[in-house]
Design a protein around this ligand. Structure first.
Ligand code: PMV
Length: 393
């Protein structure tokens, strides 16, 4: 038997992917850029195992067995097997035919706009690549699972090049700068609601491609924005980076509203956070924080370390935490909050929101890409190929 375990990061796009030109191969209508977040706070972990003793392919996600007949999942497995066979890899044909068991876990809410599928498929692709000694481009395999997953293969700042080849061979991710490039950069994830979202990003973006004129406009203008963002990252130009990030998030959600029927991903709390950040930046007459939202209400802030204590103080003031949740409210060891002055609060001029509007806060930084874990105790499957942690319902 062979067994491999990998972890992969969540990535949060600063120039978004929204819309495919090819649904089957998951080819986007524009390049996108993201940062991969530290796997210590948020990651997917996946164990893959093949054995001549397994009777069928099986998968467990977050402790529950799921159907293996998932089209995207099958594509990743089949594509890797096919390519390994064509390139005459190191494993015999017989071994490549052994049945596979897959077990994957996230340490953060799934399907709530927190890029869980991105981390999951990047992790699966990385683990399969090691399992089958695949030497090709892992981001291309991850993309077949979930478009944004191709960016989670790498650490630091990552660009997904849309490519032009009809086969998708050049629609791959590349690192712009490693995780050490901008050490002052911090990320605060505000978990507003971790219940399952209503319209998946796959359905939402398909509907946008079919109905939104604004998306046509966006596709024409994103190339310029991508180049500007790429440069802002290389230059570590925070205000440029932050303005582009906020504008791009706003535009993606404007496209969602321009979609018919419209898709709503932001809720009142996300909108109030956006107002707070804009008011804070205006109060200082300088862009110190950027917000961005994917296909869900959770809002992610990008900011430099020096501004974290005051921003946390403002969040504490305007979004008082519930004291009865029992869970750790702030994860990732953030610094002490600074209580905002009366003068600043007057300038911001917002109403505090009901207690518990923000469920929890994850404080993190930029991190590395998918990584193999060498210690056998890290495997999620036991020697019989069954999950060590199973959730019996
Ligand atoms: O990879 P998907 O299908 O989950 O698409 C997600 C797209 C956004 O998260 C909304 C934006 C992005 O670029 O990550």
């Amino acid at each position: 038997m062979r067994i491999v375990t990998c972890i992969a990061p969540v990535n949060i796009a600063v120039i978004k992917y929204w819309g495919k030109r090819n649904e089957e191969l998951i080819l986007p209508i524009n390049d996108s850029i993201s940062a991969s977040l530290d796997t210590n706070q948020m990651c997917a972990k996946t164990t893959v195992m093949i054995s001549p003793d397994f009777e069928s392919d099986r998968i467990w996600l977050n402790g529950r067995e799921e159907s293996i007949d998932n089209k995207r999942l099958q594509r990743c497995i089949q594509e890797i097997r096919k390519r390994v066979a064509v390139s005459g890899g190191t494993l015999s044909e017989e071994i490549c035919q052994w049945k596979i068991h897959i077990c994957s876990e996230n340490n953060f809410p799934t399907a709530a706009g927190l890029a869980s599928s991105a981390a999951g498929y990047a992790c699966l692709a990385a683990a399969l690549a090691k399992l089958y000694d695949f030497t090709g481009n892992i981001s291309e395999i991850a993309r077949l699972g979930s478009g944004s997953a191709c960016r989670s293969v790498y650490g630091g700042f990552v660009r997904w090049y849309m490519g032009s080849d009809p086969t998708g061979r050049d629609s791959i991710a590349k690192q712009i700068a490693p995780e050490t490039h901008w050490p002052e950069m911090r990320i605060i994830v505000l978990v507003v609601n971790d219940s399952k979202k209503k319209v998946s990003s796959a359905i939402g973006m398909k509907r946008s491609v079919e109905t939104s004129k604004l998306l046509e406009y966006r596709a024409k203008h994103v190339p310029q924005k991508v180049e500007e963002m790429h440069q802002a990252i290389l230059d570590k130009n925070f205000s440029k980076f932050a303005e582009l990030t906020m504008r791009d998030s706003n535009q993606m959600h404007a496209v969602c509203l321009d979609t018919f029927p419209p898709c709503f991903y932001l809720n009142d709390i996300s909108c109030t956070i956006i107002q707070l950040i804009n008011a804070y930046n205006s109060a200082f007459d300088s862009i110190k924080v950027a917000y961005t939202n994917d296909a869900g209400p959770n809002t992610v802030l990008y900011l430099l370390e020096e501004n974290v204590p005051l921003v946390l103080g403002l969040i504490d003031f305007f979004f008082p935490p519930s004291t009865i949740s029992g869970q750790l409210y702030k994860k990732g060891n953030p610094p002490e909050s600074i209580t905002p002055t009366k003068k600043l609060l007057e300038k911001i001029d917002l109403q505090p929101q009901p207690i518990g509007s923000i469920r929890n806060i994850i404080y993190t930084r930029i991190g590395c890409g998918s990584t193999q874990l060498q210690n056998p105790s890290e495997h999620l499957l036991d020697n019989n190929g069954l999950p060590k942690n199973i959730q019996y319902l």
